[in-house]
Design a protein around this ligand. Structure first.
Ligand code: HEC
Ligand code: HEC
Ligand code: HEC
Ligand code: HEC
Ligand code: HEC
Length: 254
């Protein structure tokens, strides 16, 4: 119910900045046929760019820069075999989505925080998926002429949620609380890899019992978590002790 003010700032400020940035990307683009540009709109930008030599969009640029940068995750032994193997795939599993949602432009270019969209990662076992309205907050104005964006409006018109295909899943008999991990400072990328560099999301870690238990028993290293996110840890992170967690069966199994 109540939201800590620190988190609130964290979420809202980047979001406002991102809307402004989104607007400036559009203003800079000769192809943007938008009314938001006020006075500029009257000067209607020269129609559509030619099919060849069309300027690269912000999405294409971010995807190109991200391509190949997100490594596969660690291998982990387990007597069990990794639930998503049964769903088809396991590590590297990357189902096609109903809308080609690109994390790179939203995270790397627009600097949106993960919890702007996965809004309950701090307070619930389930990290949450963005409502259609969250997308429309920008896409009513941004890139509305593109095929993938038109699909968003179609789901909104039908009042239907976007049927995203689940990538990460543990079996029903396993209890996985996002908030416990996120509040302990475990970075999203420790478990999901560099989602910000994945033009199409793939499963990074095995999610099997050996993977969970080896982190719980050896302890989470804050420095490794920062490296996994693609940053260089500072001296405080390097000095921070490993955070161990329980190896009690009933904590993870109902
Ligand atoms: C840190 C979390 C965690 C702990 C602690 C844990 N497990 Fe698991 N366990 C899992 C996960 C995740 C899976 C699903 C594995 C998979 O899909 O490969 C699993 C799967 C299993 C399975 C099913 C294996 C199969 O082949 O389907 C059994 C049995 C099991 N665990 C027993 C135990 C026992 C006994 C303990 C205590 C000694 C224990 N677990 C402790 C996370 C945990
Ligand atoms: C603008 C909203 C938005 C932002 C910001 C965002 N995501 Fe997502 N995320 C989505 C949408 C929509 C999907 C479903 C489509 C897909 O898989 O690409 C998704 C899917 C995912 C998935 C796969 C879900 C599954 O089914 O297993 C993970 C993991 C994830 N995001 C993590 C992150 C992380 C980590 C960040 C920050 C680095 C982040 N997201 C930032 C919207 C967002
Ligand atoms: C903060 C504003 C903002 C939010 C919120 C946002 N987007 Fe975007 N999105 C953008 C901008 C800016 C681009 C880059 C457009 C370009 O390439 O010029 C973009 C690009 C895209 C593209 C690629 C378009 C193409 O060129 O094919 C898709 C698809 C997309 N967004 C879907 C979504 C979905 C789905 C959501 C909700 C989960 C969402 N966006 C939320 C601003 C936003
Ligand atoms: C300790 C490992 C770990 C961390 C840290 C973690 N996740 Fe996850 N995430 C998982 C596992 C495991 C699943 C599958 C959970 C399940 O099936 O219940 C998952 C599932 C998801 C999903 C899919 C949920 C759905 O309902 O479709 C999203 C989105 C996601 N995580 C985003 C995030 C974001 C954003 C962060 C950081 C704020 C994060 N995760 C941090 C391990 C992690
Ligand atoms: C990268 C390290 C890491 C991985 C991987 C990881 N965990 Fe954890 N987990 C932690 C840490 C650290 C804590 C302790 C949080 C705290 O102290 O509050 C924790 C806490 C938990 C708790 C709460 C324990 C309690 O005492 O109530 C559960 C349940 C849990 N993890 C389940 C899982 C399951 C299931 C998986 C695999 C699907 C998993 N974890 C994978 C680091 C990890």
């Amino acid at each position: 119910m109540t939201r800590p003010p620190r988190l609130f700032r964290w979420v809202v400020i980047p979001a406002v900045a991102a809307v402004a940035l989104a607007a400036s990307i559009l203003t800079a683009s000769a192809r943007a046929p938008l009314a938001v540009q006020g006075a500029q709109a009257a000067v209607a930008p020269a129609a559509v760019a030619p099919a060849t030599g069309a300027p690269e969009t912000a999405t294409q640029k971010a995807n190109r820069e991200a391509a190949g940068k997100a490594p596969r995750g660690p291998w982990a032994y387990s007597g069990a075999s990794g639930y998503t193997n049964y769903l088809g795939g396991g590590v590297g599993r990357s189902p096609e989505q109903p809308i080609k949602f690109p994390h790179p432009v939203h995270v790397n270019t627009l600097k949106l925080n993960c919890v702007y969209c996965h809004f309950s990662a701090f307070k619930s076992p389930d990290p949450g998926m963005p409502a259609v309205g969250t997308c429309l907050g920008c896409h009513q104005l941004v890139a509305g002429d593109r095929p993938e964006i038109k699909k968003i409006a179609e789901y909104a018109a039908k009042k239907a949620p976007i049927p995203w295909v689940r990538v990460h899943k543990v079996p029903e008999y396993v209890h996985f609380p996002h908030m416990r991990h996120v509040n302990a400072g475990v970075t999203c990328q420790s478990c999901h890899g560099q989602i910000n560099n994945m033009p199409q999301v793939f499963q990074y870690a095995s999610l099997n019992m050996g993977w969970c238990v080896s982190c719980h028993v050896n302890g989470y290293s804050p420095a490794d978590g920062i490296r996994a996110a693609g940053y260089v840890p500072d001296s405080t992170a390097l000095a921070a002790p490993r955070k161990k967690a329980t190896y009690d069966c009933s904590n993870c199994h109902y």
